[in-house]
Every structure is written in C-alpha cells, then in structure tokens.
Design a protein around this ligand. Sequence first.
Ligand SMILES: *Cc1c(COP(=O)(O)O)cnc(C)c1O
Length: 382
Amino acid sequence: MQDLTIPEKIQMVDLRSQYERIKPEIDAAIQDVIDQTAFINGPQVKKFAEELKDYTGSGFVIPCANGTDALQIAMMALDFEPGDEVIVPAFTYVATVEVIALLGLKPVFIDVISETFELDVNQLESKITDKTVGIVTVHLYGQCSNMEEILKIAQLYRLKVIEDTAQAIGAVYTFSDGRKAQAGTMGDIGTTSFFPSKNLGCYGDGGAMFTNDPVLAEKLQMIANHGQKKKYFHDSIGVNSRLDTLQAAILSVKLKHLDRYSKSRNEVADRYDEAFSDLSKVQTPKRVPNSTHVFHQYTIRLEDYVDREQFKKYLADRGIPTMVYYPLPLHLQKAYLEYGGEEGQFPVSEALCKQVISLPIHTEMKEKEQQYIIQQILSYFQ
Ligand SMILES: *Cc1c(COP(=O)(O)O)cnc(C)c1O
C-alpha cells in the first residue's frame, strides 16, 4: 500500500531545510563578516569570486548586485549603442529583455524549441540585420542552449554572445570536438543570479558575470563600480552594483555544496521522468544530448486539451504547489508590445505559455514527499 497521507507542507523550494543542514557553516561565515565589519567589498567577496572562477573554469568572475544588473553591465561593456538590435528568446524571464529595452537597444524576439525550451537556432539567421550586435541566449530551467550553433553563427556575423545563466549554474556543455565548458563561460560574457531560489542562491540578492577576455573583465569591473578604476576617477558612465560581503560569505559556503545540490535535483527529476513516462497527456522535459541538466525547474508540458488551471487547482487542494514559468511570452507583454505585439508571431512560445507547469523540485525533497506528489498526479490523469 502506498502511504498517501499528506506529508509536511510541500514547497516549490525548501530553503529552510537546506539552511538547517549547513547551519553551523553558514552561521560562522555570517558571524565572521560581522566581526570584521567590512560589509562592502570585504575580503569574502574576492574570495568567493576566486572560488567561483575555479569552479566554473571561467577566466574571470566579476560579482555584482543581481542577475539583472549583470545583464545590463554586460551589454554596457560590449558597447551596444542605442538602436542596435539584440536577439532574445520570446520565452524567458523578463529581465533578459528588460535591460535591452532600458539601454535603448531593440529587442528582436526569436521563438524557442518546444521540447527543450531553448532558442531555436534554425531561426537565428533570419533575425540578423545590419543593425544586429548580439544574441542573448538563456539556459532556461537548467540546461544549456545549443551553444555550438549559436557561437558558429555569431562568429560568422561578428555578433557578441551573452549567456543568461541565472538558471543553469553548474551545467556542463560538450562541444562536438569533445571540449567541455560550463554554462556561462562559452560566450563573450555569461551572467548569473544568486537570488535565494536559484541553484546557487544567497540570502538576499546577488549576481555575477563571467568572461575569458581580460579587457572585457576590466570593463565589467569598472562599470559595476561607477565607471572607476581608481577611486574618484571616472573613465566611463557606470552603475553601483556590488555583491554584499555577507552574501559572498554565504555563497562561499554554498558553492561547496553545489554539486551535491545539482545531484539531488537530478534524482528528483529522474523519479518524475520515470513516474510520468506512460502518461500520454504529460510531456516530461527532454534532455538535450550536449548538456547536463541542473534542473532549476522541472517543467512539464500538458497536452492542449488538458485544463491547466484545473490541474493546478487539483494539486493545490492536495497541498502541492506548482508554478507557471511563464504565463505570457515577452512579445505579448504590455511593456514590450512595440517590439512584437501580435498573436501568432512566436507560436511555440505562445503555446508553451499555455502548456507549461513546473513541479516542486529542490535539494531537500524527501522521497516520501515526492511519492505523494507523483501519486496525486497519476490519479489525476487516470
Ligand atoms: C532570475 C533570473 C534573472 C534575474 O536575476 P535577478 O538576480 O533576480 O535580477 C535573469 N534571467 C533569468 C533567466 C532568471 O531566471
């Protein structure tokens, strides 16, 4: 007999239990910062940047205040000018397109691939004009986009590539020649976020940029720090975007556990995959052959005739939270209508916004808890 009593409160992400497991390490790291009182640009920031550099294999890591700033600073460092066009998927979190528009650049939307949610490289060339300067690809939900093709096309047309790695830190991509590289380290600049619920999350806001180019690294660092290399001497217009020392200290501790976290997420994903393999109304997330998956989200697609709202409510009534990432594609968002605005322009993104639903997945999920979720979903479709 399956035990179908509702376990303790199920959460999309269980940050509390995650903290409990590493409490002594985290508490000591926080206390250390307070004892030293170097709250801004303390030694922990540099230390964490070094550790993340070693972990990712990136040439340089430049910490900043959040993942959105990271994208903005990246585009500033690449000297994108107002009116320049930047290609960006229509199906992603708003931050990616927000900073493009904010800098007076023109977002040019591109559709994604239904099974893998990644930017559709086959459409890339049709989006390129003489104004195109860059491509922002998003490693959505935790696996890398088709970097080999993206980099090939970018090189052909002399475009810059920014990898939005906010959801995929630690994912590893394998090129056809066997070379391996981590998400965020393959394009001109990679960006990431340490928002608490991200795979490497701090206890507030945080972000970072990756590059292998020393000139770009210096520019990124300078822009993030008011455009100054030397204090009070400003060479370019910059912003104030710093990673707090407290957050850096927390991240140093959590980085040591990141591989374990990715492994736990994969175990949860494997169990979902197996449980739903026979459900014709549910498409489980497809893994691309060239990338490992770190499952920031476990996102299923429901067949068109399945009523997502009803399914969501059914699960909520049984204590199971779900989320829809994302309910409306960017070209149909009120703020960005001028860059799109028409239904049918990006059919895959539009369909996904109606079909996707993300299930609870996190580093502390207990097997019993997941069995309960699985049983409820299976009975819904029986
Ligand atoms: C979370 C996220 C961001 C933004 O990160 P913040 O730290 O919240 O600014 C950007 N892009 C994607 C794809 C994200 O998931």
